[in-house]
Design a protein. Sequence first.
Length: 230
Amino acid sequence: MQASIQPIFTWSQEHIFAGGTHNIVLLVEWRGIVKVDQLRKRSHKIAARDIELRIWLEPHLNLTACHGCRAEAGEGRSLLLNLGNILCGQHKYLALEFSTISMPAGKHDALWVQWLYKQPPGGRIRELPLQKLSLEYSRHTAVARDTVCFHVEKHLELLKIPIMLDEIALLKDKGQYIEAAERLRRHADNLLLLSARSGDLSLLREAEALYKQSDRELQAKEKAAGTEHR
């Protein structure tokens, strides 16, 4: 039976320096598989329901942040991510940030992952095979200067936006409009720099939207100040 989801895992760096503590990001993306009959009908039916991603971490890896979903701690060094449903043809993303400890040079197991989901129409529970992800540690100091994978960097910055907007809403509730505007502008600056480096227009559009929202927060501050002085 054909799987309903297609997962892809991408590390932010191909190699990591073996000495000391370092940070690395794992981008997780999954796509709802489109079946032949759905191509003919051009439908957007649900490809998989109640998707779960289970992760088991090796001792040299520690989760520091999760973007795009909430990670629940399980037994031992395990994590459970509830990812909901996905439509046929739809792409979804999440990013996991890890810290690493000093390790001997060479290739080491980093984590193990397994996907579980319900497959329509009958809701039968499916499991994808357990998959191992590894990390390559190196003693070459040039590794510390390796550039971060743009694909990972891009989606990490985009995944940070919803959380940032929640924080902006809290600042506005406290009347801190200037702080909210500055926070929006800083993230817009990051997206604009990424767009300039890569030529990615989708990042430019996101940056422009955040700049406009930043301007609106400043206008709201001016309006609130004007009301207070009446």
